[in-house]
Design a protein around this ligand. Structure first.
Ligand code: NAD
Length: 307
């Protein structure tokens, strides 16, 4: 397969690196000049659980010409529409497009650019970080679930699962991926935004009784809105998953803390708590916690003059 990684930041580098160890061809796409120059000059440097350096082709989406078999989307949520416009030149009739971004509502966006029978939606608990241009730091083990949106095209989903498993990415075909996408969004919607606002680790948030009460209210809003949209969500099961995750990740500052507080970058809040609030508004369901958290994060982005 010819696999393009559309958005080769932290996660794109992890997936690109692991797929490069298989028989498949990988091309990284990104528009960050320093990152492109570093990878062209030195190769992609990997540290963490493994130390490695690999030569991988990297270019801007506009420079890619060969038709893709698979494109894995790994931009931040707010960058997705632009990326979908930029990759039109490498999309053929049978090019599959896999979305593994965090957050809600991406399927509707992707449908505007990609034929339904080629769309694969997924969710991953792999993680990755960047130490600087051309340098990915990879720690821990993850997994991912994906599903073909078109039930007639399950076979394509299974082929992608097989390829990802050659890359030791521990992929599974999921007959109903949407609840898992919502569950991960709920983890992000409870911990990322709150820890960014409170400037604390996940463990510090969950050690506070008021912090836990707030988390429970947010979960309730996610589950109420999701269920009203027809997504099969169980509040008790999601609460347990969030609590278990908080124990495993107690010492971490979540990625929104890294984006907003540490690096002054725009956040994905509109695709997490913000998405629940806007979906809730359309459904006539009030979601005061998600609304306030979204407003507070945007206010902080404004105060820091992040654009
Ligand atoms: P990132 O910011 O490190 O990478 C995104 C990359 O996309 C950047 O390098 C950026 O330059 C590039 N990009 C954006 N728009 C582009 C365009 N139009 N053309 C070319 N390049 C473009 O982000 P990340 O941490 O890798 O996260 C990607 C997604 O995966 C997010 O939705 C995130 O929430 C999710 N995710 C991240 C992790 C993690 O541990 N980092 C874990 C699970 C899921």
């Amino acid at each position: 397969m010819l696999v393009y990684i559309a958005g080769s930041g932290a996660m794109g580098c992890r997936f690109g690196y692991q797929i490069s160890k298989t028989d498949n061809e990988v091309i990284l796409l990104d528009n960050w000049d320093a990152h492109i120059q570093a990878i062209k000059a030195e190769g992609l440097i990997i540290t963490g659980d493994v130390e490695d350096k690999v030569k991988l082709p990297i270019m801007k989406p506009s420079q890619a010409t060969k038709e893709a078999d698979l494109i894995i989307l790994f931009t931040k949520a707010m960058q997705l529409p632009q990326m979908l416009k930029d990759i039109q030149g490498i999309i053929g009739q049978e090019t599959k497009v896999l979305c593994l971004l965090n957050g809600l509502g991406h399927e509707e966006v992707i449908r505007q650019y990609i034929a339904e029978h080629n769309i694969l939606m997924g969710v991953t608990v792999w993680t990755a970080g960047l130490k600087g241009p051309g340098h990915a730091h990879l720690q821990g083990v993850g997994a991912l679930n994906l599903q073909s949106i078109d039930p007639e095209n399950k076979e394509a989903g299974h082929q992608v699962v097989d390829m990802l498993n050659q890359a030791k990415l521990f992929a599974s075909y999921d007959e109903n991926v949407l609840p898992n996408i919502w569950r991960k969004a709920c983890v992000n919607g409870t911990m990322n935004s709150t820890c960014a606002l409170l400037d604390c680790t996940i463990g510090e948030l969950f050690a506070s009784q008021d912090g836990v009460k707030m988390v429970e209210e947010i979960i309730h809003e996610f589950v109420t809105v999701g269920k009203a949209e027809g997504v099969e969500l169980k509040e008790e099961e999601i609460t347990k998953y969030v609590m278990d995750t908080s124990v495993k990740a107690a010492h971490h500052y979540p990625s929104m803390h890294q984006d907003l507080v540490q690096n002054h970058r725009l956040t994905e809040i509109d695709y997490l708590n913000g998405a629940v609030n806007s979906k809730g508004q359309k459904l006539g369901i009030d979601t005061p916690y998600c609304r306030l958290i979204t407003q507070l994060i945007h206010a902080k982005e404004n105060i820091l003059n992040i654009k």
